[in-house]
Design a binder for this molecule. Structure first.
Ligand code: CA2
Length: 143
């Protein structure tokens, strides 16, 4: 099974500021976790991060026919991007949304998610482990 993990804007800055919200782990720690999870579960897990909405849309489109699952943390675009929602719908690849923080207990504007209207499941507030949980969910359902 091939899974694409997509991270949106500023996820590459993890661990640099706001450790009370996002934890102390860095983006490099996330890449290590994904590599470990892939190895442990005998999966191909590729990671893509961009700060640009259209680039994320392009990446989702390019996943068509290549990946069997998508794990996506659209970061701030979660709360604004109809384009990312439409891209996910267009490729129709099973997808799980991940948020490192518990978006429901933060500002009101973080409670609404466009990708959640497509994604099978949303994992929030579990820190980086949420990515591992999302990968395992897709494996158990689709591998
Ligand atoms: O909790 C999450 O995973 C978020 O998707 C993270 C986004 C935020 O806009 C979403 O509402 C929830 C922010 C990405 C990381 O932003 C940083 C801010 C300060 C320092 C490092 C990263």
């Amino acid at each position: 099974m091939k899974i694409l993990v997509i991270n949106g804007p500023n996820i590459n800055m993890l661990g640099i500021r706001e450790p009370d919200i996002y934890g102390k782990q860095t983006f490099s720690d996330l890449l290590d976790l994904l590599a470990r999870t892939a190895k442990e579960h005998a999966l191909t897990v590729d990671q893509f991060q961009s700060n640009h909405e259209g680039v994320i849309v392009d990446k989702i489109q390019s996943a068509y026919g290549v990946y069997n699952g998508i794990v996506i943390n659209p970061a701030a675009y979660t709360h604004t991007s109809v384009a990312i929602l439409d891209a996910l719908k267009s490729v129709a690849i099973p997808a799980v949304e991940v948020h490192i923080s518990n978006v429901d207990s933060r500002e009101e504007f973080r409670r609404f998610s466009y990708p959640a209207l497509y994604c099978e499941k949303t994992i929030k507030g579990k820190g980086l482990d949420g990515y591992r949980q999302a990968i395992i969910y897709l494996k158990e359902k689709y591998a």
